[in-house]
Design a binder for this molecule. Structure first.
Ligand SMILES: Nc1ncnc2c1ncn2[C@@H]1O[C@H](COP(=O)(O)OP(=O)(O)O)[C@@H](O)[C@H]1O
Ligand SMILES: [Mg+2]
Length: 362
């Protein structure tokens, strides 16, 4: 018998909703179907505006909470229709929601997209608000995907999994299931998207074509690398409220050609990811997932600078790189229903492993 769950994810890139249908009846999860619901420009802007303090925030937050709850429910309906499933065929939905604030130092993180609406509109038990129990135990509330990586990618060789979303995070999987580590390494695509938006009026540097035409500015790179986040030891997590255009204004970028800045920001992402892995493994297999895998220039720089590592897509082990995080939230929902913990204390720094999320029964 199938054991079907739906995972819903919308990450720090604020590009849209990833929805996946996953079967957990075998030892390795099977992605049955997936669906991407991009945000249109005006919705994206409204969400972005909520990521920073502004006027009339509470009303705007409430409206967006409802709107996104409905959008998440639409993603579920689409998957059900396409796969001719009834609501009773799916055990539960795990919804990450959309992060609009992440301040773990103040024990505060906020993901929106009302799970009451998702449960009401789909008739499926919905689990959401995964991060705050970990934060309540003094953890970062992030990253949460390493527990899933650990469950499916642990092996008898050293591996590192890199998820390149708006923010990049790494999972360090030493061979033979020794302690797992995981932490945010800093910007993934967030700065690349922001700079492309500013100078190309496009939401991203498609395949890294623009950045590839530039020249990495070593001095600038070294200055950017001095940010204390890169030197901070794990557990650590960050968000787009830190690594954004405002952060870039700290540096005198007018002295450079925009295309050279893009090349340098791409190098910053590649180098901070590799530096994080080097701290743990001199050699290992690196598996990449997240939207950053489509930036060919970024991948080229990872391969060139990381030539000692064997670098592949997570596809090599049957997990499509675009759907990893949404699959992780389907898995986290399964953990919660089974009253199993979803966080790894060595990763988040929480005092205790906990059952994560709130359950909104159908
Ligand atoms: N063709 C592409 N070229 C360059 N970058 C891409 C491409 N496709 C996706 N991306 C990057 O991936 C990001 C989305 O990745 P995703 O894993 O969904 O991140 P998040 O979890 O932060 O939403 C986009 O914002 C973009 O930066
Ligand atoms: Mg995304």
């Amino acid at each position: 018998m199938n054991e079907l769950y739906i995972g819903l994810m919308s990450g720090t890139s604020i590009d849209g909703i990833d929805a996946v249908l996953v079967d957990f009846s075998q030892s390795h999860p099977t992605l049955m179907d997936s669906f991407y619901l991009p945000y249109d420009i005006s919705l994206r802007k409204r969400i972005l505006d909520l990521c920073y303090p502004g006027e009339n925030e509470i009303n705007r937050l409430g409206e967006m909470d409802v709107l996104l709850g409905k959008q998440f429910a639409n993603g579920v309906h689409h998957l059900l229709r396409k796969n001719q499933l009834n609501t009773t065929d799916v055990r539960a939905i795990g919804c990450h929601g959309q992060t609009i604030r992440h301040h773990p130092a103040d024990q505060f993180t906020l993901q929106i997209g009302d799970p009451n609406i998702i449960a009401a509109e789909t008739g499926i038990t919905t689990i959401a608000d995964f991060r705050r129990r970990d934060i309540a135990w003094g953890g970062q509330g992030a990253p949460l995907v390493p527990a899933f990586h650990h469950a499916i990618f642990s092996s008898d060789s050293d591996r590192a999994i890199i998820n390149i979303g708006g923010i990049a995070n790494v999972t360090i999987l030493p061979k033979n299931k020794k302690t797992v580590l995981g932490f945010d390494t800093g910007p993934g695509n967030a700065l690349l998207d922001a700079w492309a938006e500013k100078y190309l009026q496009q939401p991203r540097d498609d395949h890294g074509h623009w950045g590839k035409q530039g020249t990495v500015q070593k001095n600038l790179l070294n200055t950017l690398l001095e940010d204390p986040f890169f030197k901070q030891s794990a557990p650590k997590s960050t968000g787009r409220e830190y690594f954004n255009l405002h952060w870039l204004e700290n540096f005198s970028l007018d002295e450079y050609q925009p295309v050279d800045v893009q090349a340098t920001l791409t190098e910053l992402t590649a180098q901070t990811i590799l530096d994080a892995i080097k701290l743990h493994f001199a050699e290992c297999e690196i598996l990449i997932c997240g939207g950053g895998i489509h930036n060919h220039f970024l991948l080229q720089r990872l391969r060139e600078s990381g030539h000692r590592y064997s670098i592949h897509s997570t596809e090599k082990y049957g997990i499509h790189p675009d759907w990893m995080e949404a699959m992780a939230f389907a898995w986290l929902a399964k953990q919660t229903l089974a009253k199993q913990p979803g966080n790894l204390t060595a990763v988040t720094g929480a005092k205790q492993a906990s059952i994560l999320g709130g359950i909104y029964f159908a």
